[in-house]
Design a protein around this ligand. Sequence first.
Ligand code: ASP
Length: 314
Amino acid sequence: MKKIALAIHGGCGVMPEDSMTASDWEAARNDLAAALGAGYAVLQSGGRAVDAVEAAVVVMENSPHFNAGHGAALNENGVHELDASIMDGATLGAGAVSAALAIRNPIKAARRLMDDGRAVLLTGAAADRFAEANGLATEPQSYFTTQKRVEALEAMKAHAAAGTDGTENEKHGTVGAVALDAAGHLAAATSTGGYTNKPEGRVGDSPIIGAGTYARDGVCAVSGTGKGEFFIRHVVGHEIASRIAYLRQDLKTAAGAVVNHDLAVHEIGAGLVAIDAEGEIAAPYNTPGMFRGWVISDGKAFVATHETIYEVMV
Ligand code: ASP
């Protein structure tokens, strides 16, 4: 069989053990495994990388454990504004939505827009209307809200009032996937609620092609997580691709340099998953943990949140 591979992330941060119950940690790992399973099933049956990353992200958007779709972060007004994007490395086709209020699975809307081809990025009410017009499910805001995100917003507002800094956990998170399919094509997808207490209308890196999401056949595919403003300024996805294409760096060197040098100097939590044309995977992060998982050609699949890596069945 030709090489296929998939890597996913569910955000990075401090992630102290006591920030979730043992059963919640296990449930989050199970949802990572389910996301890997959904994406890998596409690749294994000879499907396209772009379909695999969409399928994996949908599972994580539906999970309450990650900051995307159901379980997304709240902005300063207690509103969910959802960002997502997808890119097909084969064609450089891309689609994205930002500040959407009602799309159940923002990554599906990004994909529809990519296939539609009339625009790369739709924002706000227009993104919601585009999703509805294309038959995608919409939800009331309450669908996206979890108790954890309500508490995180309260905590961030208290920090703001006291002039103190919140934990990375209270602040952000994102989900994403990158894949290589049997035809040698690469793709990336990313979806997020952004960071807790973000200003109304703020757009992060996740829907910005080249920053939070990037894929180019023969080079790499990248999906990032961390304070989006810095991912935008460093054009992280494209920067990693450029290091590989122009400097001839290997994937791990290129991705590590951006996370551990370029982004680290800003003292922000940052992580990403990336895959190259050979199916090599890199998942660097500069925080104590990152929800992540990967599956390679032999079908061996792994998930992790901190240092311990768990082999899972997909
Ligand atoms: N990158 C996301 C954003 O800035 C948040 C995160 O990944 O933590 O919107």
